[in-house]
Ligand binder design. Structure first.
Ligand code: NAI
Length: 246
């Protein structure tokens, strides 16, 4: 018997934006499968969601390993008989000026941020098509929309995510499976905490709403795109960026 709740698979759920997405989807009544690299953080997340009455399972996984990612999604589908929502959130940066960037830093970012999203979408789509319902939400970035000095690899991967998502949206629309991107602006997380204060001050000047985003700003947008309420929205990029890219 398929699980009754909607099943949501979230990559990089152990911290930051992914953690907030997991909480939001669990609060909306989904059974959430959260995968990431850090077992301790995942276990803490499972405990926190469970304490709030949410339904969750967690697993450690390197999403850059295509075979392991495919197997993990297939196991989820086999176990629950369904996979309704896929959120490709996990991502990395390997910043540096492009003239000095080596192939490894380029490939690592492309494989983690773009190829993994492709692999996960491919593995999840079959059951969504069969169910004639599905929500694919890929986390892009404002860097993928407007570029960013020092992030040629990251911006390419995030722009790639947008092109890929629109193409998937076109291929799956006839089956009522939607695919959209959320493009966060500057969100306060471990990924951005490492940036020098000078950079943060400069970025703030570019944000019309005059504040950095928080993880719940992103989670709310993802929860909306994962819900029934977004059924007429596909192939879109929702920038959640305080107006930075308007
Ligand atoms: P974070 O660095 O705090 O968390 C990233 C998550 O991805 C972690 O759970 C980590 O375990 C997981 N992850 C990374 N590589 C993985 C791998 N190979 N296998 C499995 N899990 C892996 O990052 P943050 O800030 O929460 O970002 C989440 C997403 O939002 C990323 O795709 C990032 O590019 C995007 N984003 C973040 C922005 C920000 O300002 N924080 C701005 C724009 C986009």
């Amino acid at each position: 018997m398929p699980t009754e709740k909607r099943v949501a698979y979230v990559t990089g759920g152990s911290r930051g934006i992914g953690e907030a997405i997991v909480h939001a989807l669990a609060a909306d009544g989904c059974h959430v499968v959260a995968v990431a690299r850090n077992k301790e953080k995942l276990d803490a997340l499972a405990k926190a969601v469970g304490e709030k009455g949410g339904s969750i399972e967690v697993a450690t996984l390197d999403i850059a390993d295509s075979a392991a990612l495919t197997a993990s999604i297939e196991q989820t589908i086999e176990k629950h008989g369904r996979l309704d929502i896929l959120v490709n959130n996990a991502g990395i940066t390997r910043d540096g000026l492009f003239m000095r960037m080596d192939d490894k830093d380029f490939d690592d970012v492309m494989n983690t941020n773009l190829r993994s999203a492709f692999v996960a979408c491919r593995a999840a789509a079959r059951i969504m098509i069969r169910a004639k319902w599905g929500r694919i939400i890929n986390i892009s970035s404002v860097s993928g929309l407007i570029g960013n000095a020092g992030q040629v690899n990251y911006a390419a991967s995030k722009a790639g995510v947008i092109g890929m998502t629109k193409s998937i949206a076109r291929e799956l629309a006839g089956k009522q499976v939607t695919a959209n991107c959320v493009a966060p602006g500057f969100i306060t997380t471990d990924m951005t905490d490492v940036l020098p204060q000078m950079v943060k001050d400069k970025v703030l000047e570019l944000i019309p709403l005059r504040r950095f985003g928080n993880v719940n700003d992103i989670a709310a947008a993802v929860a909306f795109l994962a819900s029934e309420k977004s059924s007429y929205i596909t192939g879109q990029v929702l920038a959640v960026d305080g107006g930075m890219t308007m």
